[in-house]
Write a protein that binds this ligand. Structure first.
Ligand code: ZN
Length: 217
């Protein structure tokens, strides 16, 4: 993780690092996991658990790798040879794996990301990468949805951006009120997707046709 290599960090995160307490060492993070195991009622020194703190910390490096990355950088490279293409570009059913910031348990679902280009387009995998970078932080779904839309809007400056996320929160399914099968849907519409009902309708039509023959092609 490059979180403390200040020079590579976006400004907002550099400022955040200035006010955050010192980042704990890996050994301290592993000790914290041992404390939680003990608190749960088990013995962190028994054979099956002895390697667990190391594995948990490594898993955290993966789950939260989004802190060391600047999503706006991902969208820097654009293409302008589009033959005047001026219709919606939609990336549908992007697998979403995040963690809720209230319980630190998974949020699993999918994201649909669309924009209406204004002269320039971006490589489609880049849209999925933006989703991933924000998802690999502690999140609430509302903020995640807004961050993805705002970043695409600010960097690409398209005619509009639409983001819809449908996700299940394990803090609802495996604890608390135990309601499996419930998904939360959030959306953020900017530009023409907000102002023009026809464009918005077209976007939702494209999403809802996700399970027609097209998606199996
Ligand atoms: Zn939660």
């Amino acid at each position: 993780m490059t979180r403390h290599d200040q020079s590579t960090l976006p400004k907002e995160l550099r400022e955040l690092n200035d006010v955050l307490p010192r980042r704990p060492s890996r050994a301290e993070a592993e000790a914290a996991v041992r404390t939680l195991i003990q608190w749960a009622g088990d013995d962190p020194t028994r054979e099956g658990l002895v390697g667990t703190p190391d594995r948990v910390v490594r898993a955290y490096e993966e789950f939260f790798s989004g802190y060391g990355q600047d999503p706006s950088e991902i969208l820097q490279r654009t293409f302008e040879e589009t033959e005047g293409y001026d219709e919606i570009v939609l990336l549908r059913d992007i697998r979403l794996e995040s963690h809720c910031e209230h319980h630190m348990v998974p949020i699993i679902g999918k994201a649909h990301v669309a924009y209406l280009p204004d002269r320039r387009v971006v490589g489609i995998s880049k849209l999925a990468r933006v989703v991933e970078v924000y998802a690999r932080r502690l999140q609430i779904q509302e903020k995640l949805t807004a961050q993805i839309a705002n970043t695409i809007n600010e960097v690409l400056q398209p005619k509009g951006v639409a983001v819809v996320i449908e996700a299940a929160h394990e803090c609802m399914t495996t604890r608390g009120i135990h309601k499996p099968g419930v998904t939360m849907v959030t959306s953020r519409m900017l530009g023409v997707f907000r102002d023009d009902p026809t464009t918005r309708r077209e976007f939702f039509g494209l999403i809802h046709n996700a399970h027609s023959g097209l998606s199996n092609a």
